[in-house]
Design a protein around this ligand. Structure first.
Ligand code: PLP
Length: 308
């Protein structure tokens, strides 16, 4: 599968933004691939290549019943000729929801496990048990959060640089679940600066979509360590107050914001990641966090599916 050339940068223009003298653009990574769009596309590329290099024929990963990652893995894995196993948190409710129905239609074997077992998803003995039961597999952690996932997301920085001539003068904004995408992006931007293809590293602000996400800073720093390029902490921040009640919690305010934004700007959003991101940006702009003349570049990381 190849990255689609449909990725584009859309300018968001409205009276609110004009009144604050802030420019907002959205880069449509959701259009990177018709099925596996968004950051999932980038997280999976190196994982698939590594799995192939290791001679694996089967990919195993974890996710909830509405997981974007499971959906994307089922599609990308099948297209790349792998068998896929999806370990799903909790019981499988029939009829299957559209995420799981799609995954199964792409040949993914769905393995429901109890919430207690699901919490053991990183434990060696649990992973070994799965291997004994289902045969050898290449493991991709929940959310595609591994070193290969981070490496894949570096490409997003290169795609940005190709499409945004004033990238060095923008502030980048993106939604964060595991922080993998943010870490990859920072590494890619650092690499561009190191190669002198970018005059300065743009400030990058992640917006955590889960409650109590302060621990993510540690995970992100871990992904950044060991780099030969310097990633000073001044280059990025993680906002943890815009989760709107917690992961996948969507109040009426958020749903109204999304409906109005889509109508006005013709950019589809979903309530778990990109809707929360854009709402947070509007709130921050309204609260005066962005000086006049600021240029914000929001990443559309995908997640749009019939399930919404
Ligand atoms: C649509 C979408 N946007 C953003 C994210 C957050 O990405 P990350 O887990 O790399 O922080 C995810 C989850 O992977 C996602 O599915």
């Amino acid at each position: 599968m190849h990255t689609s050339n449909q990725i584009c940068v859309q300018t968001v223009d409205d009276e609110f933004l004009r009144s604050h003298d802030v420019s907002l653009r959205v880069i449509r990574f959701d259009l990177a691939h018709p099925v596996v769009g968004g950051n999932k596309w980038y997280k999976l590329q190196h994982n698939l290549a590594l799995a192939r290099a290791q001679g694996a024929t089967r990919l195993l990963s974890f996710g909830g019943a509405y997981s974007n990652h499971i959906y994307a893995l089922a599609a990308a894995g099948a297209d790349a000729g792998f068998a896929t196993l999806g370990v799903i948190r909790g019981e499988l409710v029939t009829p299957l929801n559209s995420t799981l129905a799609f995954a199964r239609s792409r040949g993914m074997q769905l393995i429901p496990v109890s919430r207690a077992d699901y919490r053991r998803r990183s434990e060696a003995d649990f992973l070994l048990q799965l291997q004994q039961q289902y045969g050898p597999y290449y493991l991709i952690p929940e959310g595609g959060a591994n070193a290969a996932g981070v490496q894949g997301c570096e490409q997003m920085a290169f795609e940005l640089a190709q499409r945004v001539p004033d990238l060095a003068h923008c502030e980048i904004a993106l939604a964060c679940g595991t922080g993998t995408t943010l870490a990859g992006l920072l590494r890619g931007l650092g690499e561009l600066c190191y190669r002198r293809e970018l005059a300065a590293q743009p400030f990058t602000r992640g917006f955590a979509v889960l409650k109590g996400a302060d621990f993510l800073r540690h995970d992100i720093r871990k992904w950044l360590s060991g780099e030969d390029v310097t990633h000073a902490d001044e280059c990025w921040a993680l906002e943890t107050e815009y989760h709107g009640g917690g992961y996948a919690r969507a109040g009426q305010g958020l749903l109204d914001f999304i409906a109005s934004f889509q109508l006005r700007h013709n950019i589809p959003l979903e309530p778990v990641y990109t809707g929360k991101l854009l709402q947070a940006l509007y709130q921050r702009i309204g609260a005066g966090h962005y000086a006049p003349g600021s240029r914000i570049l929001a990443l559309h990381t995908g997640g749009l599916r019939p399930v919404w």
